[in-house]
Write a protein that binds this ligand. Structure first.
Ligand SMILES: O=C(O)CCC(=O)C(=O)O
Ligand SMILES: [Fe+2]
Length: 196
C-alpha cells in the first residue's frame, strides 16, 4: 500500500528566507499623492543595448548604467521621498541615509520584469508598490530543476529583500493588468561605495 506523503498536502512553499512583507506600508492618501507626483516626473524608457523593457524608470542618488555596467551619480533624492526612506530604513533595520539609491519604476498595463538578481553592488532592497497588484515570483536553482515561490504584492505594501531572498533567489514580475509603480530603495555594499 502506498504511504501517504504528508509533504504533498502542505501549503505552498514558504517564501525565501530574508523576504519580509509589510501590507499597508502607505496610506491610500499617500499612495494617491505619490501617483500624482509621478505623473510629472521625467521617466525614461528602460533600454538595455537596444532591448526595451517596456517599463519606464527614474533613479536618484546613484544610477546603474546597464550599457556601461557601472554606477553613476544621479540627482539627489527629492524631498518628498525622504519620509518614505525613513520608514524603509525602519523596516529594513538600517539608517535611512544608507539608502543612497532609489529607483522609481512605472509598469504600464502589460509590462513586467524578467528573471534577475539585482546588481551586486547593492545590498538590501525595500520595494514599495502603488497601483496595480502584481505577482512577485522567486526561483532558485535546485539541482536540475528550479525551486519556486511567489507572493501577491498589493498596492501600498512594502517588501524587503535581504539575505538569501536577495542573494540566492532570482525574482521577476509577470505583466501587470494595470498601471503599477514601484519605489525601490537600495543601499550599497561597503565594498562597492563609489568615490564621491
Ligand atoms: O517593481 C518591483 O517591485 C521590482 C523591480 C525590480 O525587481 C528591480 O528593479 O530590480
Ligand atoms: Fe530586482
Amino acid at each position: 500500500m502506498n504511504q501517504i506523503q504528508p509533504d504533498l498536502f502542505q501549503a505552498p512553499p514558504a517564501l525565501p528566507e530574508g523576504f519580509q512583507y509589510w501590507p499597508d506600508f502607505l496610506s491610500a492618501d499617500e499612495e494617491r499623492g505619490l501617483v500624482e507626483r509621478f505623473a510629472d516626473l521625467p521617466f525614461k524608457e528602460f533600454e538595455f543595448r537596444g532591448y526595451r523593457g517596456n517599463r519606464r524608470v527614474l533613479s536618484f542618488g546613484w544610477q546603474y548604467d546597464f550599457n556601461r555596467m557601472e554606477l553613476q551619480r544621479s540627482e539627489d533624492m527629492p524631498a518628498f521621498l525622504l519620509p518614505l526612506r525613513e520608514r524603509a530604513g525602519r523596516f529594513a533595520g538600517l539608517e535611512a541615509a544608507e539608502f543612497q539609491h532609489v529607483l522609481l519604476t512605472e509598469y504600464a498595463a502589460g509590462a513586467g520584469i524578467g528573471w534577475h538578481k539585482d546588481k551586486p553592488m547593492f545590498a538590501d532592497v525595500v520595494g514599495i508598490s502603488l497601483g496595480s497588484p502584481c505577482v512577485f515570483r522567486f526561483r532558485r536553482k535546485a539541482g536540475p530543476t528550479w525551486e519556486r515561490a511567489s507572493v501577491v504584492v498589493e498596492p501600498r505594501s512594502a517588501y524587503l529583500l535581504q539575505g538569501p531572498s536577495r542573494t540566492e533567489w532570482e525574482h521577476s514580475i509577470p505583466a501587470v493588468d494595470n498601471l503599477r509603480y514601484s519605489i525601490t530603495f537600495r543601499n550599497l555594499k561597503p565594498s562597492h561605495q563609489p568615490e564621491r
